[in-house]
Design a protein around this ligand. Structure first.
Ligand code: MV4
Length: 447
């Protein structure tokens, strides 16, 4: 096992990793920027090192500074959390060159699955369903138009290096396709330094279902079942739950096994999420693979009893996954509400500032993952998520009731947050019935 882990992240996920380190008896070092100076979670680390000014480019994204911090503090591993450098294959490679274990996949496996054209190719080889479309990146317009004609409109242009909805174009006819390909390419080139784009059949309405996987360095991959993350706005998830409501047991088995097969085929170790769209007949199609621990990992932890962050650390140190697939059973239902410092009435504009009252909820089946306390100042510098409220209960209905109860106990003042919207969601008829699609929240907000 490692002696010391450096946590190359901030906020609630940094605290989540600190807790995992403590329980494993591993020391931990936090890096922080000027904007996070004095943050209370830093006190819980064995050491904290300032790595630069607030802007992430000069701190949480600055590879030489992070490596220097690891070397100065004798850290033998780095946990990247999510965001920042978590899916940067170059960073994983620099860690390897510096003899520091990156707690995540090898740079090669990260590249194989992080690139969507490559991930789709591996998925096809593993017989994992994908949308029909071009086999690889588009070379020329005529070829793209031919493929689109064959699969039928609408089609969607996606950037191979994109993700989370960036660099997509929906095309409803050949004219739109011909218009969009070159601009999509240019946008991808300037945003990701990789102009490769591909097209596939566009599905108008679907649910976002994603499967949590853990792979190890011995060729094993175990799934921790699926999450439904359909409640989102502009590709920002707001509510996630596990298991996905109204999924037939046979389908569940199929989608989870498909995801595990893909991860095995890619010789991937660490935590991964395989994203799918599921249509109203429960056909599923792989979208992309996230090669990191995700914000919403706690709902999978709550229904399976597996500590995902601890397991990531174990497998990075070379241990085999300490459980078998047959040991993993779904127990009850879990829901997560993301608590953001945002004003839902002002188009979700960030609302940083000092929190004077912070009362997190408690009691049975309630978990709040947050780095906030009364007196904490939410900096304007980073994303606006200030915590996650997670509940677990025997079934979905009880979990919703428990979430309402927990939301009533939660008081954050005076900043604006998404708490009120979550209250409204927990009482929404369509949400309570379950199985809302990816356009549900945007439709609700228009009303
Ligand atoms: C799609 C799609 C429909 N058809 N692909 C958006 C984020 C990225 N992961 C992929 N996305 C989509 N890909 C095909 N072929 C619709 C979306 C999509 C979406 C997916 C998941 C969650 C929310 C979404 C919101 C709008 C569009």
């Amino acid at each position: 096992m490692f002696q010391r882990i450096l946590i190359a992240n901030r906020g609630e996920i940094a605290l989540r990793v600190i807790r995992a380190c403590r329980e494993l008896g591993v020391e931990c070092v936090c890096v922080y920027s000027k904007a996070d100076e004095g943050a209370p979670y830093l006190e819980l680390a064995d050491e904290a090192v300032c790595i630069g000014p607030g802007p992430a480019r000069e701190s949480y994204l600055d590879i030489p500074r992070i490596i220097a911090a690891a070397e100065i503090t004798s850290a033998d591993a780095i946990h990247p959390g999510y965001g920042f450098l978590a899916e940067n294959a170059h960073f994983a490679e620099v860690c390897r060159d510096c003899n520091i274990e990156f707690i995540g996949p090898s740079p090669e496996a990260m590249a194989r699955l992080g690139d969507k054209v490559s991930a789709k190719r591996i998925a096809r080889e593993a017989k994992v369903p994908v949308f029909p479309g071009t086999d690889g990146a588009i070379d020329d317009l005529d070829e793209a138009a031919e493929v689109a004609k064959k699969i039928g409109y609408p089609v969607i242009i996606k950037a191979s290096a994109g993700g989370g909805g960036r660099g997509m174009r929906i095309c409803r006819n050949e004219h739109e396709l011909r218009q969009n390909v070159s601009s999509a390419r240019q946008e991808a080139e300037s945003a990701f330094g990789n102009g490769a784009v591909y097209i596939e059949k566009f599905l108008e309405s679907a649910r976002h279902v994603e499967v949590q996987i853990i792979g190890d360095k011995h060729g094993n991959a175990v799934h921790l079942y699926e999450r439904d993350c359909s409640v989102q706005r502009r590709h920002q998830k707001l509510v996630e739950e596990a298991p996905a409501p109204h999924v037939e047991p046979r389908r569940r088995d199929e989608v989870c096994k498909a995801a595990a097969k893909l991860i095995k085929k890619a010789e991937y170790s660490g935590a991964a999420t395989v994203e799918f769209l599921m249509d109203d007949k429960q056909n599923f199609y792989m979208l992309e693979v996230n090669t990191r621990v995700q914000v919403e990992h706690p709902v999978s932890e709550m229904i399976t009893g597996v500590d995902i962050v601890r397991t990531m650390i174990l497998v990075a140190s070379g241990e085999p996954i300490p459980f078998k697939q047959r040991d993993i059973k779904i127990r009850g239902h879990a829901i997560e509400c993301r608590i953001n410092a945002e004003d839902p009435d002002r188009n979700f504009a960030p609302f940083p500032g000092k929190i004077t009252r912070f009362d997190p909820p408690g009691g049975p089946g309630v978990r709040m993952d947050t780095h906030c306390v009364a007196g904490y100042v939410v900096p304007p510098t980073y994303d606006s998520m200030i915590g996650k409220l997670i509940v677990h209960d025997d079934d979905r209905r009880s979990a919703i009731t428990r979430m309402e109860r927990a939301l009533d106990e939660l008081h954050i003042e005076p900043i604006k947050t998404t708490v009120g919207l979550h209250r409204r969601l927990m009482q929404n008829h369509a949400f309570i019935e379950g199985g809302v699609d990816i356009h549900f929240l945007e439709r609700l907000l228009k009303k």
